[in-house]
Design a protein around this ligand. Structure first.
Ligand code: FAD
Length: 469
């Protein structure tokens, strides 16, 4: 089948208006970080699972490869086509319906292209909570969240996307539909296929729908900022918060002073309630027992840690609007960084206990090797996950700096992570960006098993080739 014949068959399958091959396709071909620009044979926008299956069958017959895409907010170049002009970009954005909400079972079944914020709202409309939350939630889709096993700001209490998923519907590389939309919390009937697809970044199958866990909405939710003189104090504060607040501690985010300085510089309209301090922690506490009791417990933690000197200052949000403003501050860091220019991004995980020593040594090693680099260090300290990003020295064009030093900076940081039994990709996945690191750093046994799984499910390497493996 020629490209022309494939395009005609795709138009037949999903309707001519849903196959785009001319004009400006940069919304699909250029990634969020503007680092990867590809060229698709066509952008295909199916409206149902049956249409996805038909598209995959046609691509299989034609030998064309497929790049699944949700909201295109991924950060590792996994969701945009390569430059060959021969890949079909499969956009799931039109598949955004809710199929079923089962309040008694605390589950919701939605199509993969539903935007995360719309999913949170659907749960809220039923008086329930879907807790996955991240700064890209206005654009990212649940299919993309599952394909990357996204984490976000409430992992401490509710787990990442994997923990929130009970069942999946998946279209295989051959165009078959696997209906695994179980709402069961227990099911030991053989290998867990669902867990294979979660985090597989579009390389094993196309997720078309998911059944997800819902939670009761907490009666009260409180947010505070606290200043810490050192990261070691931040880690001790985490321990105290966990013992005094128990499972009610839903968020524990850390922000280095340079990260907040970038927010002040690029978004001066955003209020920062505390004066600059080496580290600022954002804590969130949710309680099922009502506002007054929650506030009492939360303030007791802050008072006790102020007295001990673990924190030097604190501000508790007095309203939902103030709480949202504190989160907005935290979530503006990636955007402020983008305004500052390209940077070497790291998304690392370490045992929480190892983080202060890791930062102290790695900061010093980076300064010694690349004098003047600026560290934008922030992230989900409660999960042991840092976005440990390296910005070019003042006056050095970021693109030149990256071209010259990205590889060496990665090696220095990832070696330091590996020595401490950490992960070089905690949240964002592998995509195109970290494929070589995976090949170099994962054990040969693990890589062998991954390749065997890929070979079994996608023997002709049609699903997102060149990503992950
Ligand atoms: P895309 O970017 O479209 O795709 C991502 C990957 O999934 C690609 O490999 C793609 O091929 C695959 N894929 C997409 N949909 C499907 C599908 N239906 N079936 C199979 N494969 C599919 N991540 C975190 O974990 N935690 C954070 O806190 C966080 N914060 C972020 C903040 C910002 C400002 C941004 C821009 C990103 C952030 N991310 C974070 C990155 C995160 O991976 C994405 O935001 C999100 O999970 C991806 O969803 P998406 O729909 O945009 O997927």
């Amino acid at each position: 089948m020629s490209d022309h014949a494939l395009l005609a068959a795709l138009r037949d399958a999903v309707g001519p208006a849903q196959v785009l091959s001319d004009g400006d396709l940069s919304a699909w071909e250029l990634d969020w970080r503007k680092r990867w620009r590809g060229k698709a044979l066509a952008v295909v926008r199916p409206g149902s699972t049956a249409e996805v299956a038909r598209v995959l069958q046609l691509c299989a017959a034609h030998g064309a490869s497929i790049v699944p895409q949700g909201g295109n907010t991924g950060l590792v170049g996994g969701g945009v086509p390569d430059a060959s002009g021969r890949q079909v970009l499969l956009s799931l954005g039109r598949m955004n319906r809710m199929r079923r909400l089962d309040a008694a079972n605390l589950t919701i079944t939605v199509e993969a292209g539903m935007v995360l914020q719309a999913l949170q709202q659907a749960a809220a409309d039923a008086g329930l909570l879907f807790p996955l939350s991240l700064a890209a939630e206005g654009s990212c889709t649940i299919g993309g969240n599952l394909a990357t096993n996204a984490g976000g700001t409430q992992v401490l209490r509710y787990g990442n996307a994997r923990e929130l998923c009970l069942g999946l519907e998946v279209v295989t590389a051959q165009g078959e539909v696997w209906d695994g939309l179980s709402g069961l919390r227990k099911d030991n009937t053989g290998y867990d296929l669902r867990d294979l697809f979660i985090g597989s970044e579009g390389t094993l199958g196309v997720i078309t729908a998911a059944t997800l866990k819902l939670h009761p909405r907490p009666a009260a939710s409180l947010t505070a900022l606290a200043s810490c003189a050192s990261l070691a104090n931040g880690v001790q504060l985490l321990g105290r918060a966990q013992s005094m607040l128990g499972a009610g501690l839903t968020g524990f985010e850390v922000m280095g002073e340079f990260a907040l300085q970038l927010v002040r510089q690029h978004f001066p309209q955003l209020p920062q309630p505390l004066p600059p301090s080496p580290w600022t922690v954002l804590l969130e506490y949710a309680d099922t027992e009502g506002e007054a009791r929650a506030r009492e417990r939360f303030e007791a933690l802050l008072e006790a840690t102020l007295e001990d000197g673990l924190i030097t200052d604190a501000a508790v949000a007095e309203s939902l609007a103030q709480s949202a403003a504190l989160w907005h501050l935290r979530e503006s860091i990636p955007l402020a960084q983008s305004e500052e220019g390209l940077n070497v991004k790291h998304d690392i995980a370490l045992p929480v206990s190892a983080i202060p020593e890791f930062c102290e040594h790695t900061d010093a090693a980076l300064q010694a090797a690349f004098p003047g680099v600026r560290l934008v260090n922030f992230g989900h300290l409660g999960d042991g996950n840092l976005h440990y990003n390296v910005q070019a020295p003042v006056g050095t064009p970021p693109d030149q700096f990256l071209a010259r030093h990205e590889h060496a900076i990665n090696r220095l940081v990832f070696d330091a992570v590996q020595r401490r039994a950490g992960s070089f990709s905690a949240e964002h996945g592998i995509g195109a960006l970290k494929r070589e690191d995976l090949a170099a750093r994962k054990s040969p046994v693990a890589l062998g098993m991954m390749r065997a799984i890929k070979q079994a499910l996608d023997p002709h390497n049609r699903l997102n080739p060149g990503r992950v493996l």
